[in-house]
Ligand binder design. Structure first.
Ligand code: SAH
Length: 355
């Protein structure tokens, strides 16, 4: 990157970030444009040390249940967008989902993440029913939903039924960039309103974005970082964009590994207590992506608990990994690889630690 950013200028910005001071746009630009291998390594060490001070060497796991790939939306980057007529659609029944939770519980999962497209079949009533049943059978587990944009009443009903957390990546905090990634029916203002509603309902709330999505620039990334600082989410999902062959973005380049790792470090330093996954997408672009993510400051991994026969159908992007360390039933492999880098997978809800 830019060698012209002088060492003392870069270090002054890094120090402000590490001390928890608010950074100006110019300072963020210096951190983003001044990235070199050495500087990224330095930020990763600082981020890791900060995470260790707060959460120790403990890595939290979440059992990811991809329960439907039907979607009414048409996001240009996503493989399960409604216009992708080639996607082979499926949805799990309530009983199948409960079976996934049971299998997950036996393996040591204490958080279940229900993720899916915005599937009209899974209306508020069905989601509420589902959450209630999981809550009843697993009173001590955390239930996370990741099912897109809803109205306040719906979020409220899910919360009342027993949901604890909600993942809704903002995707980009830049209006113009948002337009490039989404059809006109979707708006950044509504997405942000949803996130604010979730926060106000006291969900542990997750925002986030893809790195290297088409049209992303240093300026849009600064918007993202400033947005995260304003929202103060309890969780942040950051992973590389990976093209899917049946989407309008099929020819676009995938996001960069090093930039993703660097952003994980910056976000750890910006939001010290944030629950930060080393995502599946990161594991997909590099066989050691998850481990590298942890060493950059992440502290969560989300193995796949979906039934094996549907895993390859929840294809948001090409080559998505779903076996080996990625699969919940191979948790031992993941435990081993985390141990090798000095970390320990724990059986714990892994809640956000408030001060
Ligand atoms: N329907 C839910 C869940 C979306 S899938 C919602 O709207 O929140 C979860 C995340 O996968 C998305 O938020 C997006 O950031 C990511 N994703 C989608 N397509 C992707 C791609 N091609 N490459 C990498 N990540 C992708």
């Amino acid at each position: 990157m830019d060698q012209k950013i002088r060492e003392e200028v870069f270090q002054a910005c890094a120090e402000d970030l590490c001390r928890g001071r608010h950074l100006s746009r110019d300072q963020w630009r210096i951190l983003l444009e001044g990235r070199t291998r050495e500087r990224a390594e330095q930020m990763a060490k600082k981020a890791s040390a900060l995470r260790d001070r707060i959460y120790g060497k403990r890595i939290f796991i979440r059992g990811l249940i991809e329960f439907t790939n039907y979607c009414r939306n048409d996001c240009y980057y996503c493989g399960i967008r409604k216009s992708n007529k080639k996607a082979s659609r499926y949805r799990l029944s309530k009983d199948e989902i409960l079976e996934c939770c049971r299998a997950g519980y036996r393996l040591g999962f204490r958080t279940f993440v229900l993720q899916g497209g915005e599937d009209p079949y899974y209306n508020d009533q069905r989601i509420t029913e589902l959450v209630k049943e999981i809550r009843k059978e697993f009173p001590h587990c955390a239930i996370t939903l990741s099912i897109g944009e809803k109205e306040r009443e719906s979020y409220e009903a899910f919360k009342k039924a027993g949901a604890d957390r909600y993942l809704l990546r903002h995707e980009t905090a830049n209006e113009e960039h948002y337009r490039k990634l989404h059809p006109k029916e979707l708006s950044l203002s509504h997405r942000i309103r949803c996130l604010e509603t979730l926060k106000s309902l006291e969900y542990q709330t997750g925002a986030g974005f893809m790195t290297g999505s088409p049209g992303q620039t240093v300026e849009t990334l600064i918007d993202d970082l400033e947005f995260l600082e304003r929202l103060q989410p309890e969780m942040a999902g950051i992973g590389p964009f990976i093209p899917h062959h049946d989407t309008p973005f099929k020819e676009e380049p995938q996001g960069d590994l090093e930039l993703t790792l660097y952003l994980l470090s910056l976000i750890r330093l910006l939001l010290p207590r944030v629950l930060l996954p080393a995502t599946t997408a990161l594991g997909t672009i590099d066989p050691r992506g998850r481990e590298k993510g942890i060493l950059a400051g992440a502290n969560v991994v989300m193995p796949n608990l979906s039934p094996e026969n549907v895993r390859e159908k929840y294809l948001l992007y090409d080559n998505k990994i779903h076996t080996g360390k990625e699969a919940a039933e191979c948790l031992d492999l993941l435990k081993k690889s985390m141990k090798e880098i000095g970390y320990e997978i724990v059986t714990d809800r892994g809640d956000f630690l408030r001060k």
